[in-house]
Design a protein around this ligand. Structure first.
Ligand SMILES: *[C@@H]1O[C@H](CO)[C@@H](O)[C@H](O)[C@H]1NC(C)=O
Ligand SMILES: *[C@@H]1O[C@H](CO)[C@@H](O)[C@H](O)[C@H]1NC(C)=O
Ligand SMILES: *[C@@H]1O[C@H](CO)[C@@H](O)[C@H](O)[C@H]1NC(C)=O
Ligand SMILES: *[C@@H]1O[C@H](CO)[C@@H](O)[C@H](O)[C@H]1NC(C)=O
Ligand SMILES: *[C@@H]1O[C@H](CO)[C@@H](O)[C@H](O)[C@H]1NC(C)=O
Ligand SMILES: *[C@@H]1O[C@H](CO)[C@@H](O)[C@H](O)[C@H]1NC(C)=O
Ligand SMILES: *[C@@H]1O[C@H](CO)[C@@H](O)[C@H](O)[C@H]1NC(C)=O
Ligand SMILES: *[C@@H]1O[C@H](CO)[C@@H](O)[C@H](O)[C@H]1NC(C)=O
Ligand SMILES: *[C@@H]1O[C@H](CO)[C@@H](O)[C@H](O)[C@H]1NC(C)=O
Ligand SMILES: *[C@@H]1O[C@H](CO)[C@@H](O)[C@H](O)[C@H]1NC(C)=O
Length: 679
């Protein structure tokens, strides 16, 4: 019963969009119900026919309590409809229903209590997940549900203490799924009565305090998931749960170390402890967890020489994430005998020593992150890594300080690479020709280096490239026409692909899918000269355009108004002349705008999107005038939007509302764009 994590962090559409999860359509569910009814009941009693007809007449709306009277009904599946209203008690307490699934609807209200006179009920499986239920979980209801085995209440708005009363009444109770609610307080000790529990999941709630000792008595437990709560204290007792397959305690406030007894968890496949405050060494006994597939310990304060761990027994290991800890020593060679490893993240640790040639043994390797681990010898390192033919993501920034970018004929591989970062290495040299062979490249980060020379024309042959950050180098020459021909920046269909490990871009920001990254062209802080080509307007998909701090001259192209997806436009600190084109006011998604320190003239807009930006966005253009600028406009310099205002009052306030909305919505995205420079 492994759970699929919901891609909630990154999905822009609401989780109420049932079509994303639900296959059957409204009509099919109806048919299923009817078939189910016919098969089970054999023949309809008059009363059953009546109940069903009453139900059908109300299907678009609420669930009719009359369904509870269908005495032949064993399984009822109303999942994935548009049902609203409450969940009638008559269904939960029906004398025949064994399986009830009302997930993915719009049911509201609380679950009400059953009268204590209710006899024992046959219900075994109850799925009320992905609805809009609220309130505390009732307790006495469950005393009558002594056949209950599975309760799935995930993705609702339940509050109060985690429910456990069924533990006492239902001896076979095995699966409790409460993720994505607002349960709070400590994990109740009443759980200790759930001796058959195999899955306990309450991720994404507000649970606090320590993992109670009683939890460690649930020896049948296979899956323990409390991802993203506020749990504290140590995990020491967890190794009493010898049947554990999944430990997911990421994003809490746990402290202490991983106990030596971890090696006793012979069935463990997933050990997820990332983003806590844990410390101490990784015990060498972890090598005894021979079934481990995913070990994710990033974002803690683990330390010690990793060389003490022998990874070669972990034959099944597929992903290893040790990012942002304080591990020391050399990366142990034994890691390179984990032949199934497809994702390896070692970034931000205190390792020393060179990249081992043995990494070439990892034929499945697809994701490698080696950011800031003091590597040297860039040519040697890339020559080794290019033998990993399946590499799609390679993050190697903050290494190779002051070395030279490998020359054209030194690198020949990486044909599957999609994401490549080599930022913050103070590299000299040019943008090398071998990058042109990376025909699957989607994101290229070469910022904060000392590269010189021009942007090569072959850049436009990289058909998938949609994120180019080569800012803060010493690149020169004109903006080549090839750059305004980039196919992915002209259209907007990045083929979506989920990363093997999330790509961390800030302290709390993670990207799980490539298409969530904004489309970026950042040429800021270089020595580019010449004009901004008018063809820039072709890059309609662009979300961030940054040409700041160069030596660009000429006017801001009229065509800029076509970049309607732009959220960030920075043209500051160049030698641009002429007036601000009217069309820029049509960029309603702009949340950051800067044309300061140029030689622009004429009026700054006093209405519309651009007028919402502070004067610092316009400063340093001595010939620009406007109400909030040092120079006020003369009679001949009427600001360009004001002329229309009186005749068009309704329209302009409408535009204002849209821009205001966009500013708000996009403010968040802008944070992401800025933070995403960290990876
Ligand atoms: C109800 O139907 C949906 C869609 O067919 C299915 O995914 C789900 O497993 C069913 N529920 C139960 C409890 O069988
Ligand atoms: C609801 O939960 C039950 C039990 O966990 C499960 O069998 C069923 O597939 C779920 N329904 C859907 C639509 O996923
Ligand atoms: C709970 O139901 C959801 C559908 O709403 C399903 O995706 C999930 O797998 C179920 N969880 C368990 C443990 O059955
Ligand atoms: C990490 O652990 C070391 C001791 O190993 C300690 O000195 C340091 O303060 C800890 N850092 C944090 C951020 O907790
Ligand atoms: C690691 O374990 C493997 C397999 O059990 C063994 O052959 C090897 O000698 C061990 N390496 C070290 C350094 O102990
Ligand atoms: C890393 O470990 C060293 C030595 O144990 C310690 O001095 C240092 O404070 C640690 N760094 C962090 C960031 O905790
Ligand atoms: C390499 O990638 C290809 C295509 O994704 C896949 O078919 C193949 O199995 C991978 N090879 C290994 C050794 O993982
Ligand atoms: C760089 O690495 C390569 C490949 O491992 C090696 O042949 C070369 O000698 C190394 N160069 C230096 C200066 O260490
Ligand atoms: C530019 O890169 C250098 C290192 O090459 C760095 O020190 C500096 O802070 C960077 N400037 C900006 C504005 O990021
Ligand atoms: C544009 O890029 C430069 C160089 O990376 C940076 O300093 C500046 O903050 C960026 N502008 C915006 C608005 O993000």
């Amino acid at each position: 019963m492994a759970m699929k994590p919901m891609p909630r962090l990154l999905s822009s559409s609401s989780n109420r969009d049932n079509s994303r999860f639900c296959m059957p359509l409204f009509g099919q569910a109806l048919l299923l119900l009817l078939l189910c009814f016919v098969y089970r009941a054999g023949s309809c009693t008059e009363q059953e026919r009546e109940s069903l007809l009453q139900f059908l007449s109300g299907l678009e709306g609420s669930i009719s309590p009359s369904l509870g009277e269908l005495i032949g009904l064993l399984r009822m599946n109303l999942s994935c409809n548009s049902l609203s209203g409450g969940l009638p008690l008559e269904l939960v307490s029906s004398s025949s229903i064994v399986v009830l699934d009302v997930s993915f609807n719009y049911l509201t209200g609380g679950l009400s209590e059953l009268p204590s006179s209710t006899p024992d009920r046959p219900l075994q499986v109850l799925n009320i997940s992905s609805n809009l239920f609220t309130g505390n979980f009732p307790s006495t209801t469950w005393e009558r549900m002594n056949n209950l085995v599975v309760l799935n209440a995930s993705d609702n708005g339940f509050t109060g203490q985690m429910p456990t009363s069924f533990c006492a009444s239902a001896p076979s109770f095995a699966v409790l799924e409460l993720s994505y609610n607002q349960f709070s307080g400590r994990i109740p000790v009443g759980l200790s009565n759930c001796s058959k529990l195999t899955l306990l999941s309450a991720s994404y709630n507000n649970l606090t305090e320590t993992l109670p000792d009683e939890l460690f008595d649930l020896t049948s437990l296979k899956h323990l998931c409390f991802l993203r709560n506020q749990l504290e204290g140590s995990i020491k007792g967890i190794t009493k749960l010898k049947n554990l397959v999944t430990i997911d305690l990421e994003q809490n406030r746990l402290s202490g170390s991983i106990p030596n007894s971890i090696g006793q968890l012979k069935r463990l496949e997933k050990l997820h402890l990332a983003y806590n405050s844990m410390s101490g060494e990784l015990p060498s006994t972890v090598g005894n967890c021979r079934n481990l597939k995913n070990m994710n310990l990033g974002g803690n304060n683990f330390s010690g020489d990793l060389g003490n761990v022998n990874f070669s027994t972990l034959r099944n290991l597929q992903s290893l994430d040790l990012m942002s800890n304080n591990f020391t020593g050399t990366v142990p060679e034994s890691i390179y005998s984990c032949r199934n490893l497809s994702a390896l993240q070692l970034s931000n640790n205190s390792f020393h020593g060179q990249l081992s040639k043995k990494i070439r043994n990892l034929k499945c390797l697809s994701f490698v992150s080696l950011v800031d681990i003091s590597l040297t010898n860039i040519t040697g390192s890339l020559q080794i890594l290019q033998s990993c033919r399946n590499l799609t993501t390679l993050l190697t920034g903050y290494n190779f300080m002051h070395e030279t970018m490998p020359e054209d004929d030194e690198i020949y591989g990486f044909e599957n690479l999609r994401i490549f970062s080599l930022n913050d290495c103070s590299l000299s040299g040019k943008i090398p020709k071998w990058l042109s062979k990376l025909t699957n490249l989607e994101m290229l980060s070469l910022y904060n280096n000392q590269l010189n020379g021009a942007i090569p024309d072959w850049i436009s042959s990289l058909n998938y490239l949609f994120r180019i950050d080569i800012s803060n180098n010493s690149l020169s020459g004109e903006i080549p026409s090839a750059l305004v021909e980039m196919p992915m920046l002209k259209s907007d269909n990045v083929p979506p692909k989920v990363f093997e490990l999330p790509i961390c871009t800030g302290y709390a920001l993670q990207y799980r899918i490539n298409s969530a990254f904004p489309k970026v062209l950042n040429l800021g802080i270089n020595n580019f000269t010449g004009i901004i080509p008018n063809e820039i307007g072709q890059l309609k998909a662009l979300q961030l355009l940054n040409l700041s701090s160069n030596r660009l001259s000429g006017e801001i192209p009229e065509s800029t108004y076509k970049l309607t997806n732009l959220q960030v436009l920075d043209l500051s600190s160049n030698n641009l002349t002429g007036t601000i084109p009217d069309g820029l006011n049509k960029l309603h998604f702009l949340s950051a705008f800067n044309i300061s320190n140029n030689d622009l003239e004429g009026p700054a807009p006093n209405a519309g999107q651009l007028s919402t930006f502070p004067s610092t966005s316009f400063d340093g253009n001595p010939r620009l005038c406007g109400p909030m600028l040092a120079r006020h406009c003369g009679l001949a310099e009427t600001p360009f939007v004001s002329t229309k205002q009186n005749s068009d009052k309704v329209v302009s306030s409408f535009v204002f509302m849209i821009s205001f909305g966009a500013f708000f919505a996009v403010g968040v995205l802008y944070d992401q764009i800025v933070l995403s420079r960290f990876f």
